[in-house]
Structures are given as C-alpha cells and as structure tokens.
Write a protein that binds this ligand. Structure first.
Ligand SMILES: Cc1cc2nc3c(=O)[nH]c(=O)nc-3n(C[C@H](O)[C@H](O)[C@H](O)COP(=O)(O)OP(=O)(O)OC[C@H]3O[C@@H](n4cnc5c(N)ncnc54)[C@H](O)[C@@H]3O)c2cc1C
Ligand SMILES: NC(=O)c1ccc[n+]([C@@H]2O[C@H](COP(=O)([O-])OP(=O)(O)OC[C@H]3O[C@@H](n4cnc5c(N)ncnc54)[C@H](O)[C@@H]3O)[C@@H](O)[C@H]2O)c1
Length: 468
C-alpha cells in the first residue's frame, strides 16, 4: 500500500490548486480522478466549455457588431452545432495539456479511478479495468465537486430533454428551447442560445432571479433580455414535461399554460458528488444536497485530517473561489500557514450581456443602515463604447457617505467580468471615491466608465475638502 502526505480526490480547480500547493511545499501528493482526463467539471462540462461556447456563439453570430450594423447582421449565416464543438475541443485539449504539464513538473502523481473510503486514513481506488489500489495518506482533500440535479420526474433522453453536461453534445441547434431554472447556469445558456437565434423561454418557480446581484443591474439585464424577445416566465412551474411522437417536447405549467418546444434544458441546481465516497467509513456525512460542512477558515471537516474544498462545500461554488479554497486547505493540511483571503471576491456571470459584481449591493447597504451615495455610468457615454457601437452597458458604484470608501461595484454589459477587477482592487485596498476622480484612465476605454461613475458620485457627495 502506497503512503502519501496528501491524497486529493478530484482534479477540478480545488483539487488541482491544492495538489500543486502541497507539492510546492515538498510533499508527496497523489490526485485521484475518475474522469477520462484531468480538469474536473470546470474544464470538461462547466466553466471552460460554456465560456468557449459563448465566445464562439458571439463571434460567429456577429453579436458584438449588431449595435453598429443592425440586428440582422451575421458573420456566418448558418451556425451548426459542429461549428460550436470544433472550437470547444481545441480549447479543452489545450487546458488539459497545461494541467498535465503542471502536475508533471511539480511531481504530482495522478491516477485514474473512483476513490472511496476504507477507513479515515485509507481510500481504495477502483480503476476502469476493475483493478483495486489501496492508498493511505496523512491528510485527504475531498475536491469531488458536483453533478447536475436530475430528478426522476424529468424525462431526460440526452437529446431533447437534457442537463447542462449533455447540452455540450447536441447534434443540432434547436429552433426553440425552454430552460428550466433561472440560476446562473440556466441564465448563461438561455442567453447564449438566444444570441444564436434560438427562441428561448426561461422558466423558474421563483418570481425573482439573481437575488444576490444588485437589483438595478438585474432590472437592466431583464430589460435587455425582453427587448430581444426572450420569454421570462418567473414564478411559474412546469408540472408535466412530455416527449411528443413528433420529436418535440410539451410542457404543462402550473397555471395551465402549454408550451411546445424543440429542447428542454433542465438547470435547476447541482448535487455534491459524495454519494460514492463511502463517507461513513471516514466518520463523515453529507447534507441532503450531497454537500460537506467544513470550518470556513481551514476547510477541515469534523475529522481533523480530512479536508473538503470547492463546490462540494457549497456557496459560492465558483472555479475561482474553489482554487483558493483548495490552496488554503492544502496548506493547512500539510502544516503551513494559510492567510484568509480578502473579504470581497468578484462574481462573474457570463450571460449575454455579462454581469459582474464585487462587494455590497445597494440592497445590502440599505439593510446595514449605511449612509451611501451611488455613481452611475452608461457605456454609451464613453468614447470607447461609442466606437464599439454599444448602446447598452451600465457601471454602478456605491460609496459610504461617512468614509467615502467604495462599498460595491456592479456592472452589466460588454467586458463586465474583466472591468470588475479595477473596482475589486480599490474595494479591497479600502480606496475612496477620490481614487476615481484623481486618477487618469486610458482613453478611450470602457474603464473610463469608472471615471464617469466616480465623478457622478463625487458630484452628489460634495468635495471632501469643504467638509474638513
Ligand atoms: C455550466 C457551468 C458553468 C460554469 N461557469 C463558471 C464560470 O464561468 N466561472 C466560475 O468561476 N465557475 C463556473 N462554474 C462553476 C465551476 O465549474 C465550479 O465551481 C468548479 O468546477 C468547482 O471545482 P471543484 O474543484 O470543486 O470540482 P469539479 O470541477 O466539479 O471537479 C471535481 C472532480 O472530481 C472528480 N470526482 C468526483 N468524485 C470522485 C471520486 N469518488 N473519485 C475520483 N474522482 C472523483 C470528478 O470526476 C471531477 O472531475 C460553472 C459550472 C457549470 C456547471
Ligand atoms: N459564471 C459563473 O460563475 C457560473 C456559471 C454557471 C454556474 N456556476 C455555479 O454553478 C452552481 C449551480 O448553478 P445552477 O444555475 O444550476 O444552480 P442555482 O442553484 O444557482 O439555480 C437553480 C435555479 O433552479 C430553480 N429550481 C430549483 N429547483 C427547481 C425545480 N425542481 N424545478 C424548476 N426550477 C428549480 C431555482 O429556483 C434556481 O433559480 C451555482 O452555484 C453557480 O455558482 C457559476
């Protein structure tokens, strides 16, 4: 039986970062991955495929140029599922290659197989050919991620009723699509397919969506979706989903309405992939969504040498935060010092248009009774936005009236997920509205929106000197 300092289960963002961090500290590390190739959900079915699909859809559809040339503008008239897949495969190959190289040069060993506990210190790994390997380790990092929630009442057939993993394999682009679940996955895919001219209906039993995002940004986003004819059926539930003999799917909603569509994407959340770990043998149990609870500072489970990081521990379930969690967990696991990450991290939603946010929303600032002022800029007010033909896009910043510090930055529009990092830096470095007023920004850029929003807020707040 092999003995390791750290055994990592899962090679997604949390497992990968954790493994490399421990190896950099000179530890003997083994990563177990059940998938065909390393990378996890992030590389194979989640972040990277969906973002590549988005990029291809926007490029081939000419979406970014439509502000200038009109809504009928197309770069490629007939876009096929094969067009989308081709770029996907190239991107995924590249990602896996980078990752395998990282493992090799850091001497992280990896093995393909399904891991489960034998006892708290030992795991067995069942390889594809049935061979069983037993491994023990001083510490174990569970970075097993999640899988799509697939309730029995949904007639999945991998063709017309699909989850978000299966969507990447479709043979033909649907003319119409109903997306069940207006969470981040549902919203991203609904808007990407809408940009490809699929008639999309987004359905969710909740009457609101993206509740963790500033309301003004969500309202602007919803306006843009409706403006391009996407149907948003919020507060409505599919009571029956039936495949019809003609290949279509019929949905019966709880208000009696019927919808016939080419395809249904069921994106109503994900479950922690803990069911096959035999957690009992390690003295652990998961919650009803398959998630593990951990100490939020160390990522240790209630069994001190077993750690869990990434999506399997729940919110925020992002590739970005999973990487940091994996790194911290591995440091603690091998006895190194781990600093707590800064309080505010960005959240990027790669819908069409993008949304990105960092810090407090206006609703949260109000709840905390903090006196505040907002500054707003529209991308069309920037020269760069004008050059790019943008008629939408909004950047909003919230400042404390007392300390003049930036409390939150919220963006909807082109480049939002990149732009947000300027606000994030100012926020975490405790900068004030003066940063935006006094600093020079490249011109013409979309980042100039920060200057405009900063000045907007500053004009409302008054000059700091007059108050001293
Ligand atoms: C469609 C979609 C789009 C997304 N877009 C974004 C985005 O734009 N930005 C962002 O930050 N996040 C995004 N996410 C979330 C992101 O993918 C996850 O936060 C991230 O992948 C979580 O990383 P992880 O390391 O926890 O696990 P995962 O990436 O889920 O990897 C876990 C790995 O563990 C393996 N495994 C599980 N059980 C075992 C076992 N018993 N033995 C061996 N191996 C096992 C699995 O095969 C898997 O490869 C998206 C997710 C989805 C589904
Ligand atoms: N850009 C990004 O960062 C990104 C992109 C995609 C996914 N993710 C992560 O992946 C995770 C999973 O995303 P998600 O969108 O699947 O989940 P989610 O939990 O965010 O959203 C699920 C939605 O489905 C609805 N729903 C729940 N049960 C339902 C049911 N039985 N029938 C119909 N609707 C139902 C909910 O009301 C909710 O709106 C998220 O936590 C997110 O952080 C991140």
């Amino acid at each position: 039986m092999d003995q390791f300092d750290l055994l990592v289960v899962g090679s997604g963002p949390a497992g990968r970062r954790g493994a490399i961090q421990a190896a950099k500290l000179g530890k003997k590390v083994l990563v177990v991955e059940q998938g065909k190739r390393v990378g996890g959900v992030s590389v194979h079915t989640g972040t990277i495929p969906s973002k590549t699909l988005r990029e291809t859809a926007l490029n081939l559809s000419g979406w970014r140029e439509r502000g200038f040339y009109g809504r009928a503008y197309r770069v490629k008239q007939e876009i096929s599922a094969e067009d989308l897949r081709r770029r996907l495969l190239i991107t995924l190959d590249h990602e896996v290659e980078v990752l395998e190289h990282q493992f090799a040069r850091n001497r992280v060993q990896h093995i393909r197989g399904k891991a489960s506990f034998v006892d708290p210190q030992t795991m067995q790994i069942v390889k594809d050919d049935g061979e069983v390997v037993t491994v023990s380790a001083a510490s174990i990092l569970l970075a097993v991620g999640t899988k799509p929630f697939r309730p029995d009442y949904m007639p999945f057939d991998n063709k017309t009723v699909l989850d978000s993993d299966e969507l990447l394999e479709i043979e033909e682009l649907p003319r119409s699509m109903v997306v069940i679940g207006a969470g981040v996955i549902g919203i991203e895919y609904a808007t990407i397919f809408s940009a490809l001219d699929t008639q999309v209906t987004l359905l969710d039993p909740k009457s609101t969506m993206l509740d963790f995002i500033d309301k003004e940004i969500v309202e602007d986003f919803i306006y843009q979706l409706r403006d391009r004819n996407m149907k948003l059926l919020l507060g409505q539930k599919a009571e029956k989903v039936e495949r019809l003999p003609n290949g279509k799917v019929e949905l019966t909603l709880d208000n009696g309405r019927h919808i016939t569509t080419d395809m249904v994407l069921f994106a109503a959340g994900r479950m922690g992939a803990t069911d096959t770990l035999n957690l009992e043998a390690a003295g652990l149990e998961a919650d009803s969504r398959g998630r593990l609870s951990v100490n939020p500072e160390t990522f240790a489970t209630k069994v001190p040498h077993i750690f869990a990081a990434g999506d399997v521990v729940g919110f925020p379930s992002l590739a970005s935060t999973s990487m940091e969690q994996g790194r911290i967990a591995a440091r603690v696991a091998v006895g190194a010092i781990a600093k707590e990450p800064p309080k505010y991290f960005p959240y990027g939603i790669y819908a069409v248009p993008e949304i990105s946010t960092c810090g407090l929303s206006e609703e949260e600032v109000k709840e905390r009774h903090i006196p505040y002022e907002c500054g707003i800029a529209r991308f069309r007010e920037t020269s760069r936005g004008h050059i790019m033909g943008l008629d939408t896009g909004l950047l909003k910043m919230i400042f404390s009236l007392k300390t003049r510090r930036l409390l939150g930055v919220h963006i909807v529009g082109e480049g939002a997920t990149e732009l947000v990092h300027i606000g994030q830096a100012v926020l975490n470095l405790k900068g004030t509205v003066e940063y935006f007023v006094e600093n020079t920004f490249n011109y013409p850029t979309l980042a100039e929106a920060y200057k405009i929003a900063g000045l907007d807020a500053w004009n409302r707040m008054g000059d700091i000197k007059s108050e001293l």
